[in-house]
Write a new protein. Sequence first.
Length: 415
Amino acid sequence: ALPVIVSAIMDLLAERPTVEAILLVGGGMTLIAFMNWGLNWLRRSLTVRAVGDVVLDIRTRAFRAAAEHDLSFYDQFSSGRIVSRITSDTNDFGQLVVIITDVGSQLVQTLILGIVLFNTEWRLFLVMLAFMPVVFAIAMGFRKLARIVTRRGMQAMADVNATIKETVSGIAVAKNFRQEGSIFDIFEAANQQAYRVNVRRGFVLSLVFPVLNATSGIFVGILVYTGGMSAAAGIVTVGAWFLFINSLDYFMFPLLNLTSFWAQIQSGLSAAERAFALIDADPNVTQLDKRDVPPLKGEIRFENLDFRYTDKEPILTRFDLRIAAGENLALVGHTGAGKSSIAKLIARFYEFQAGNLLLDGQDIRTFDLQQYRRQLGIVSQVPFLFSGTVEQNIRYACPDCTGRDEIIEMARRIG
């Protein structure tokens, strides 16, 4: 609306250059400036609130999905990458929503202004409109290349995060075996790779805005010449000529805005892909039914069961085993023989590929997993303590325990 108002004011002053008209114009422009500031503040406030709600929802869904995925998912993705998807990627997606909202509002303003310009002088409007396909073609020409280099940059940073996370988690082991130098070399390799990828990414993205800016300058020169000739011939007024020159920026700005924020847009799109890939990933462990689980006696039977973690690594082939209810059984074998895998299959942490696994004669795939796992007692090979007190860690496994004496008794039994 501002270019249209300024154009009308210029025509008014050209006809009546009085002091009263100048004062009226000055007051009106000041009022319009304050109104524009207020509306922009309101739009920004609503946008921030809406984007915050979107990020909150996606982050919650991503964390819930990560918690519900079976262990095979964590075999494919390191903990560092999962943390990056839940935190950094959701933030980047929020920035993408902000940019899309801003550009969308600019496009609406441009559409309304275009209608006004067409009604003012359709020939100059067609001249100005002829510039847009060129600008659009240049901007879209960078799209595919920028998307590729941005995705590679994000993947490289995810590798750095994963390396740091795994190194910090295993620092005690590294020190025991005096491998500080080795873990630094691993980090240095990942860090250098991220540096090279991001330098290439920055070089590609830095080309977009200067090219479009130079193109815009050429178009302004053409419009100044054609509009000036029309104004000199009396086809358009001076105000209308100024309107078209000033409006070119409004037509160019959405595209320039897209290119200037192209890095954030590409990062946001790549981040959205990774975040929603985490949310939408199909579970490998699938239950055929969700039957109520009665108190189990404990008879376990493996019948002709095949299991592998990946397509290339068979762990159990046509495996048969019967464990009677109440029987104590020790599994002995070399590393990788499948001892832990058998326990994980009983806990239903992984999906087997063929055969049957029966508990008290019932297919384990028909149980309600939440009810079933409440009857299991699992002692991990590598104990893990959450941050907090010992009492809080015990309550984590026994949320129904209320009295502190009961917690102390459990700790005493554990030893």
